[in-house]
Ligand binder design. Structure first.
Ligand code: SAH
Ligand code: SF4
Ligand code: F3S
Length: 458
């Protein structure tokens, strides 16, 4: 930042982010909102004037972490002579509100996920010790409208929020309560943000939403103004110069419409990777979870997606030990995993969340049963992931180079299937898409050799 005479002195900002990619995106936007106030990122909370803890409420452990982190920050704040301002943002802020300030009085500000644009105003209030320290109203439209339109890109891959909130009310989940109702962002704003990122060298965008494929909204007037869904949005964004790769996450089986499936076949920029959480393979449990689909319905969606894009990598989320889950129900989950064959999947032990319907259900399972099932499921998923990665050996993949690797002369990037790829190459390749021949694979990454680079790239 260059100093102009009327610019405010620089203040240190430290943001700690927990939870999902939406929180990662929100943290970037918080940075954007605070930049005009003279806040610049610092490397550690000790040297920060403002610390923002962007929290996650999804499982009990996630919430516990927040309180232990706040305890540490309190000690740092005391050591700083009270100079540090502590703000708690995100889903715990939304869920616990005043309770947070009561349990940890060192907290200066509490703001829910729809209130970031109000942060400057809240900081001003806090510094004068007046008024409310809490902002947890839901107003997604206002948030989308109030956030700065331009973004500062950080590397060749970026998130773009297109949808927020959830109306699905899965019985185990806090998200509908912490993020509010489903709401889509305006196409014009999404296009503007994507263009701004592309002009700064971004090649890959990941469209974000709690239920990203529930996205819908009127097309730009020049495009006819009809109601678009995610497939059409992806096709449109793929025409923006510089944008070579598009991904989206996280989607819901119920919103996986025919056009989006077709887009996987007709839009080369749409990357062959689909994260479609299923949670369980048992119809009885899916019903108790209020997922609104059966295991076979999910199998059918995957079959149709694979027909449209045969090489697509499939990812999912699973919960084991939902109340009432029997051995047979769990076995149905294992069978579904064997049937689908995942490239990667995230699995969790059911965690009872206050205020959700499942917390009140009968048949909560002992931790030991959940542990056992989680281990069995994860060992199957790890085997599938290893197998999927190994299946790339010998292929030449286009890799988006995202930075320097750990070893001297090494670069890393990501494959179309979202695998981490390490290879030897010059730093000048950063931000480009280059061909890499895959020669090795492990559970978490691939190694390869650079095949072909034009001289201009070097
Ligand atoms: N919107 C996405 C996921 C949101 S939360 C979807 O509908 O799939 C991310 C993942 O956390 C979920 O997919 C689920 O697997 C897990 N999760 C959510 N609530 C949970 C709970 N109470 N206990 C354990 N895992 C949970
Ligand atoms: Fe939670 Fe279900 Fe909504 Fe996903 S779809 S955010 S799991 S309520
Ligand atoms: Fe966590 Fe909120 Fe995301 S609860 S998973 S940060 S939507």
């Amino acid at each position: 930042m260059t100093g102009t005479p009327d610019e405010k002195p620089m203040k240190g900002l430290f943001i700690r982010t927990y939870g999902c990619q939406m929180n990662v995106y929100d943290s970037e936007r918080i940075r954007d909102v605070l930049r005009p106030l003279g806040y610049a990122p610092v490397d550690s909370p000790e040297s920060a004037d403002l610390v923002v803890v962007n929290t996650c409420h999804i499982r009990e452990k996630a919430t516990e972490k927040v309180y232990s982190e706040l305890g540490q920050l309190k000690r740092m704040k005391e050591a700083s002579g009270g100079r540090m301002t502590i703000a708690v943002a995100g889903c715990v802020a939304q869920a616990e509100g005043e309770e947070l300030i009561r349990r940890q009085p060192a907290v200066d500000l509490v703001l829910g996920p729809q209130a970031y644009h109000k942060l400057p105003e809240m900081i001003a209030r806090a510094s004068r010790a007046i008024g409310d320290r809490l902002e947890t109203e839901f107003d997604t439209v206002e948030k989308f409208d109030a956030l700065p339109k331009t973004r500062e890109a950080d590397g060749p891959a970026a998130f773009v929020s297109v949808q927020e909130g959830c109306d699905k009310f899965c019985t185990f989940c806090v998200v509908p309560y912490t993020r509010g109702a489903e709401m889509s962002r305006r196409v014009d704003d999404i296009v503007f943000e994507t263009r701004s990122l592309a002009s700064q060298g971004v090649r890959e965008i990941t469209l974000l939403g709690q239920n990203v494929n529930a996205f819908h909204g009127p097309a730009p007037v020049l495009e006819g103004g009809e109601d678009w869904r995610l497939g059409q949005l992806c096709r449109h964004l793929s025409k923006i110069g510089g944008i070579e790769r598009i991904r989206y996450t996280t989607s819901h089986p119920r919103d996986m419409d025919d056009d989006l499936i077709a887009a996987h076949g007709d839009t080369p920029a749409l990357m062959p990777f689909l994260h479609l959480p299923v949670q369980s393979g048992s119809d009885r449990i899916l019903k108790a979870m209020n997922r609104g689909h059966t295991a076979d319905h999910y199998r059918d969606i995957i079959a149709r997606v694979r027909a449209a894009r045969p090489d697509i990598a499939i990812a999912s989320d699973f919960i084991v030990g939902f109340p009432g889950e029997s051995d047979a129900d769990f076995e149905a989950t294992m069978q579904l995993v064997r049937d689908i064959g995942y490239a990667i999947a995230y699995s969790f032990k059911y965690s009872s969340r206050p205020g959700t319907p499942a917390a009140e259900m009968h048949g909560h399972l002992p931790e030991s049963v959940k542990d056992e099932r989680l281990q069995a499921l994860q060992s199957l998923l790890r085997a599938q992931q290893t197998e999927f990665n190994a299946s790339q050996i010998g292929k030449t993949l286009p890799v988006l180079v995202t930075g320097k690797g750990r070893n001297e002369g090494q670069m890393h990037g990501r494959s179309p299937y979202l695998q981490a790829v390490h290879f030897d190459g010059p730093e000048t390749l950063n931000g480009q898409i280059v061909d890499v021949k895959i020669v090795g694979a492990s559970l978490n990454s691939l190694t390869g050799e650079l095949v072909r680079v034009t001289e201009a790239a070097l």
